[in-house]
Ligand binder design. Sequence first.
Ligand SMILES: Nc1nc2c(ncn2[C@@H]2O[C@H](COP(=O)(O)OP(=O)(O)OP(=O)(O)O)[C@@H](O)[C@H]2O)c(=O)[nH]1
Ligand SMILES: [Mg+2]
Length: 498
Amino acid sequence: MVLLTQELTNLLDIMKFSKKSSRSNVLTESLSSLKQQANGLLTKALDQHVTLAVTGLSRSGKTAFITSLVNQLVNHNKQSQLAFFEPVYQQRFIAAKRVAQHELHIPRFDYQGALSSFTEHPPQWPTPTKGISQIKLAIRYQPQQSLLKYAADMTTLYLNITDYPGEWLLDLPMLEQTYEEWSGHMLTLLEKEPRAERAKPFLDKVKSIEPFAEADDSLLAELAGEYTELLHYYREQLGLSVIQPGRFILPGELSGAPLLQFFPYPSFERIDGNEYQNAASTTNIGMLRARFIEYKERVVKRFYQDYFKHFDRQIVLADCLTPLNQGQHSFADLQDATNLVLTSFRYGKSNILSRLFAPKIDKLLFAATKADHITPEQHQPLTQLLGQLVHSTKQELQYQGIETETIALASVNTTKAGKSQYQGKQVPVLQGRRITDDKLITLFPGTVPGQLPSAEQWQDNSFNYVSFAPQTSISPQQTLPHIRVDQALQFLIGDKMA
Ligand SMILES: Nc1nc2c(ncn2[C@@H]2O[C@H](COP(=O)(O)OP(=O)(O)OP(=O)(O)O)[C@@H](O)[C@H]2O)c(=O)[nH]1
Ligand SMILES: [Mg+2]
């Protein structure tokens, strides 16, 4: 195809020089139209498709990030702040628009709904989302590479963006565990503070069920309900991140399904191993085990099979500031959860994921969100802190040839940074609309530890980063203010638009 276009272009050039007769003009025109057709075909052949996955634990900022990314691209104008996105910087970006997605069974990402919350007076944050959703963009640009430039004036990158809960990745280790092993693992967590106090009444109840009696479906459903409530409490009240099974708090269309009605059994040491092995699935313990196995097959494996293995690029969002506010337990749990989540990206040969699904992600971006909650000179420590959280995974990924990067960003910048006089000194400050009472305040939010805080540091320090609401509403045609979304774009798709 490239050769054909080149041939035609050469021919046209020769004819333009020779313009000797009207016959040659006719020939020129028909060749010109041939070239256009060839160009059209070539452009189609050169169109690229990229599947970008966006994940992070609940409230980490996935909806805000996707909304901002889409908004920056589809509303791109002279005022846009995309200086670090090369296609824009090099003036090769033409335009982007939303197009219909292919996978009709996956809910659509509600871009319009999310954007409208930023256009309200006063603007609000979009409402929390549940489960998976997708949005697709067609991005037109002029290729830079000589071959493409010569052959095609513009080409299209189709960007398929998938938003999915990071909690779903917490389940991967379950694939390699038996019900007994998983129960043991959960028990270790549930018997330790900060979980133990709240877990005790639940565990006592479960210990009292008769494992080999005929299954009592409604009792199992009730206890599964209590276990789910416990998980919600840990996540929402204690700010803990290790929640297993992850689907229990974000069940999506599986809400109420018997598949989600199981829980860890805490008394394996008191039952006979043989009897357990031979227990029919009509007994209490047999039914719990059967549901556990079914959950792994139908929910965990299916997610990796149907979605995960098709992702090309991934961004993992992490809100490090809220767990710092919530204290040592919460931050330590974020560390554990991050390790669990990142197991899905460790593609070593021994990884179950590589063996079962052969994923193909070639670039992974770790992003610390809500960087507008801190003053600009604290962005570097925030990036370093996230860097420490993901350090070992990053090393392994780089070894596997997967490109990684760590940044601090704000999908929607809600604050203005400046300087203020305090006790005769200039201190960095932020001004923004405090989320709790809507007041415009100016403050120094404090420093961010550039390393994982030690036990002593936790004793000496308490963190109190204030949350802000969006400051000024935008019109549906404007772009949202942000911090480093352009750098994220460059890392995630810049090379595909070269
Ligand atoms: N200041 C600031 N706050 C942010 C930013 N992004 C997210 N937030 C805050 O974090 C909250 C959660 O953001 P979402 O984008 O809804 O997070 P999510 O990961 O989609 O959350 P779920 O849908 O509940 O899983 C928002 O309501 C904001 O309060 C940001 O760029 N700046
Ligand atoms: Mg969301």
